[in-house]
Design a protein around this ligand. Structure first.
Ligand code: F6R
Length: 610
């Protein structure tokens, strides 16, 4: 949520900033702006809503220069209006900010007493004034002014700041909000995320919390919290910038659904060894002896990642025989959880920046737990703060509704189950081989699911006007029913509820009538017969059943209005394969309704505030 791009170099940067913001659209935003120090002085263009509005405003009166910054804002303090959009200016200082300055009202009062006037309702404008004010108090240059101001600010921030009186530098700061630096030839970049500037450079420096940096066209200096100049290692990023484009698909979400088989192969590569029946997670630096003695595993996550954690519970308890708790990170942090030095906390987060998940993981570590992350973004905060990271290799996910990030998380928890099982000696090599063979078959099974979309288009035609959907699942695919309901409501704005099939008669059955489509995730597994009985209950109330079943099943189709078939795969991997069906169902209904599939209203890709 919120995206920043900063540029200092030898080129006119108007296009660079706008393209960079476009690449950060996936983070979600509701207004945008750019500011450039032109030979005629500072020029700012800002607009409410989508980037096309900003582009229109900018192109109506274009301006250019080689020092500038851009921002997409997701409103926190003050509505999503042009006046609240970043960049903000105060005196000679211009800045863009991500995060929240918690003591901003106290600072605002103090600055108002010093004669400062505010135009917007934002905490960011307060930061701009606070920095500019430091020049009056004796700051020697912009870096000094920023560091002095940071000493007064509480909360989280990623800041890119420029001084209209110094056209040769940008100052950057980071605390609890993502920020990367890119090194080009005679140019330097700052951005919230790598894809923003990947077309210009492959060399990135990842700042740590408390760092500040001074960027010039041909140099980059980084300073730690105490103000000492430090070396932060530079990393070469290989991502293909084309992979951040739609590649002919109507939406990023559809492209990302289709990418899943390949991304799962990437995630399993080098880790799964079917011959030895084991998984190699050398990157997770937690020793086998400690794992053998661990007393419980606690997953913390939010949203879709939380559903991946729920699948993890089913798989890990079955395979590794260790008690598993699954917590919504936002609840975990305030519920006095019982955690000790025998607990393994696993934080699941696509972005690696979700504020609640990060706080939950930190809390677990404070209580002595070992922390592991399942994460998609290299060097993200959650990844860096954990004892070991299992990276999902989903690549950049642009669609706000998570798809490939989710199924690669499922691949990760499946590997984790086998890895733990082998280390805790709850499964032998033969069982490991069987499970890993199933895992290795997932990409092919997914490919089969992706071939024919006619069934989903038909469902969209028939059911897109429904006011509400019920999703049912049981056992290992219960979380997929929850994920299906979340996907549908996120992108089609149709109300949907996910429920455990066996719970239906304890309440939601009251909702069922001939208007209510009920999606039942029911592959052949140990609870299949039970699910069949649950569907009979739906039928008896005239509900309309859309079932997702194992190919060749004859019983469930007899009592279903529409049948989606999935290949006959083992229970261990059914969640991954069934996910494709609920994703395509949500996608085609949303597409039929004509909603903004890739950037649904009110949603942000990366939720970096509590
Ligand atoms: C839903 C979705 C969100 C995220 C949630 C956690 O499609 O994407 O529910 O799963 O905001 O985000 P991460 O995984 O980045 O921590």
């Amino acid at each position: 949520m919120c995206g920043i791009v900063g540029y200092i170099g030898h080129q006119d940067c108007g296009e660079i900033l706008l393209n960079g913001l476009r690449r950060l659209e996936y983070r979600g935003y509701d207004s945008a702006g750019i500011a450039i120090n032109t030979p005629e002085g500072l020029r700012v263009s800002r607009a409410e809503g989508k980037l096309t509005n900003l582009e229109r405003a900018y192109l109506a009166e274009p301006f250019n220069g080689s020092q500038g910054l851009g921002h997409t804002r997701w409103a926190t303090h003050g509505g999503p209006t042009e006046i609240n959009a970043h960049p903000h200016q105060a005196g000679r200082v211009v800045l863009a900010h991500n995060g929240i300055i918690e003591n901003y009202s106290e600072l605002k009062e103090e600055l108002a007493k010093a004669g400062r006037e505010f135009l917007s309702a934002t905490d960011t404008e307060v930061a701009a004034h606070l920095i500019d004010h430091q020049f009056e108090l004796g700051a020697t240059d912009l870096h000094d002014a920023v560091r002095r101001a940071l000493g007064r600010m509480e909360g989280s921030y990623a800041l890119v700041v420029m001084d209209t009186q110094d056209p040769d530098c940008l100052v950057v700061a980071r605390f609890a909000s993502p920020m990367v630096l890119g090194k080009g030839q005679g140019e330097s970049f700052a951005a919230s995320d790598v894809p923003a500037v990947l077309e210009h450079t492959r060399e990135f420096v990842f700042l740590e919390d408390g760092d500040t940096a001074v960027l010039r066209a041909d140099s980059m200096q980084v300073f730690d919290d105490a103000g000492n100049e430090v070396e932060r290692t530079s990393r070469h990023i290989n991502w293909d910038p084309i992979s951040a484009e739609k590649q002919g698909y109507k939406h990023f979400m559809l492209k990302e659904i289709f990418e899943q088989p390949a991304r799962i192969v990437d995630t399993l590569r080098g880790r799964v060894n079917v011959e030895s029946g084991d998984v190699d997670l050398a990157e997770v630096d937690i020793d086998a002896e400690w794992l053998a003695g661990a007393r419980k595993l606690v997953f913390v996550a939010c949203g879709t990642s939380y559903y991946a954690a729920m699948v993890g519970k089913y798989l890990i308890e079955r395979v590794a025989k260790i008690p598993v708790e699954v917590d919504l990170a936002s609840e975990f942090r305030y519920r006095y959880p019982v955690i000790d030095e025998h607990t393994l906390c696993v934080a699941i987060s696509q972005s690696g920046e979700t504020a609640d998940t990060l706080a939950a993981m930190r809390l677990a570590r404070e209580h002595g737990a070992k922390a592991m992350a399942i994460c998609n973004v290299i060097e993200s905060t959650i990844a860096r703060e954990s004892d070991g990271v299992l990276y999902t290799h989903a690549g950049p996910e642009i669609g706000v509704a998570s798809t490939k990030a989710f199924t690669t998380q499922l691949a990760a928890v499946s590997m984790l189950a086998v890895w733990l099982g082998r280390r805790r000696e709850t499964i032998d090599a033969d069982t490991g081989r069987v499970l890993l063979e199933e895992l290795r078959g997932v990409p092919t099974a997914m490919e089969e699911m992706l071939v024919d979309h006619a069934i989903y288009e038909g469902i969209a035609h028939q059911f897109a006007n429904a006011h509400s959907f019920l999703f049912l699942g049981r056992g290992v695919v219960y979380p997929i029913a929850l994920e299906g309901a979340l996907k549908l409501k996120e992108i089609s704005y149709i109300h949907a509820e996910g429920y455990a099939s066996g719970e239906m008669k304890h309440g939601p059955i009251a909702l069922i009538d001939e208007e209510m489509p009920v999606v039942v995730v029911a592959p052949k597994n140990i609870v299949y017969e039970k699910t069949l009985s649950n569907v009979q209950e739906v039928l008896a109330r005239d509900g309309r059943v859309i079932s997702i079943v194992t190919e060749g099943d004859t019983h469930m189709p007899e009592i279903s209005d529409v049948v989606i078939e999935m290949p006959d795969v083992g229970e261990f991997v059914q969640p991954m394969v069934a996910s494709v069906a609920v994703q395509l169902l949500a996608y085609h209904i949303a597409d039929f309704k004509g909603t903004d599939v890739d950037q649904p209203r009110n949603l942000a890709k990366s939720v970096t505030v509590e």
